[in-house]
Design a protein around this ligand. Structure first.
Ligand code: HEM
Ligand code: HEM
Length: 180
């Protein structure tokens, strides 16, 4: 019983820490890309790499300790399960495509100054891609998936609020940890 309680606490902690990390990360991404604030790119990449490590851990954890949705067994149960899987797949695709666009684009990837993938520049300081095709694909995919992911997260938040405010069930309370 104690072990089950501990594993639920870990699942909840991962869920909320990811939400706190990923929502500002996506907001920063849209802001910097739309205003061409290049000085913010390294901050975005640093937190993006940290997010990737946490996402990999989350996927392992989730496989071993699946979350039992309060909608399990109801009419929407299967739909909710699929929506959670899609959320996780889109979440995973974000840092992977980020790596393709930045790493293979020759722009380099580092975590707060610690280099992970080196930059590659010509004499005028312009980035030379290691692989232009994959980097162009990453660029397009990072943007398209960013919109899909954001739409899914917004839908997810509305669904959680609907459960809490309209259906008045324990879906949100369970994820917050105030109910089992
Ligand atoms: C969960 C992780 C991540 C999220 C949620 C995220 C989200 C975003 C979003 C929403 C944008 C704006 C898209 C646009 O309008 O073009 C963006 C742009 C960008 N992201 Fe990420 N990102 C993540 C991880 C990464 C990683 C790991 C890297 C690189 C290592 C990266 C590099 C970039 C770059 C360079 C841009 C600017 C692209 C441009 O100039 O249009 N991102 N990101
Ligand atoms: C303020 C933001 C958020 C709220 C209020 C929220 C709320 C919830 C709630 C209430 C549940 C339980 C659903 C159930 O039992 O059926 C849940 C589960 C879940 N949420 Fe969120 N969430 C938020 C942000 C996010 C974000 C950013 C992601 C990113 C992918 C996410 C991914 C998931 C996943 C995958 C599950 C299923 C449990 C698991 O496998 O970890 N959530 N969320």
């Amino acid at each position: 019983m104690k072990t089950k309680q501990r594993s639920l606490t870990i699942t909840r902690s991962i869920h909320w820490s990811m939400a706190i990390l990923v929502i500002p990360l996506a907001t920063l991404g849209f802001y910097m890309a739309n205003t061409q604030s290049y000085e913010l790119y390294s901050l975005h990449k640093s937190f993006g790499v940290i997010a990737l490590v946490l996402i990999i851990f989350r996927l392992f954890w989730r496989t071993l300790n699946p979350w039992q949705s309060s909608t399990k067994g109801t009419k929407t149960g299967k739909l909710v399960k699929r929506a959670h899987i899609i959320l996780l797949l889109l979440l995973m695709a974000m840092p992977i495509t980020g790596f393709l666009l930045s790493g293979l684009g020759g722009h380099g990837v580092s975590v707060f100054g610690l280099p992970i993938i080196p930059t590659q520049h010509d004499s005028q300081g312009l980035a030379i891609p290691f692989n232009k095709t994959l980097s162009d694909f990453g660029y397009l995919a990072h943007e398209v998936i960013a919109y899909l992911f954001s739409a899914m997260v917004i839908l997810h938040i509305f669904a959680a609020l609907k459960h809490h405010l309209i259906d008045k069930d324990n879906t949100l309370k369970r994820m917050l940890g105030s109910e089992d």
